[in-house]
Design a protein around this ligand. Structure first.
Ligand code: SF4
Length: 76
């Protein structure tokens, strides 16, 4: 299984993660930062757990494309 850890406060709103991973990210019209869909806020990080490993390559695109490197994935 995969866990995504997203440090949203550092997002610069470039939209790249949304372009490569629209199943998991969308842009907020309120503050212009991306939103990790269905995630929970824990100690300043947005966390989404229990994602099937079939999304490994898909999510790796977001971790690589983010210019400020604030999207991490942990593969369990
Ligand atoms: S790629 Fe990174 S900086 Fe750009 S919108 Fe997504 S999280 Fe924010």
């Amino acid at each position: 299984m995969i866990t995504i850890i997203y440090k949203r406060d550092k997002c610069i709103g470039c939209n790249s993660c949304v372009l490569v991973c629209p199943l998991f990210f969308s842009m907020s019209k309120i503050d212009g930062k991306s939103v990790l869909l269905k995630s929970k806020l824990k100690k300043n990080n947005y966390i989404l757990k229990n994602i099937d490993n079939v999304f490994t390559r898909y999510l790796s695109k977001a971790t690589k494309i983010c210019p400020v490197k604030i999207i991490k994935i942990i593969i369990h």
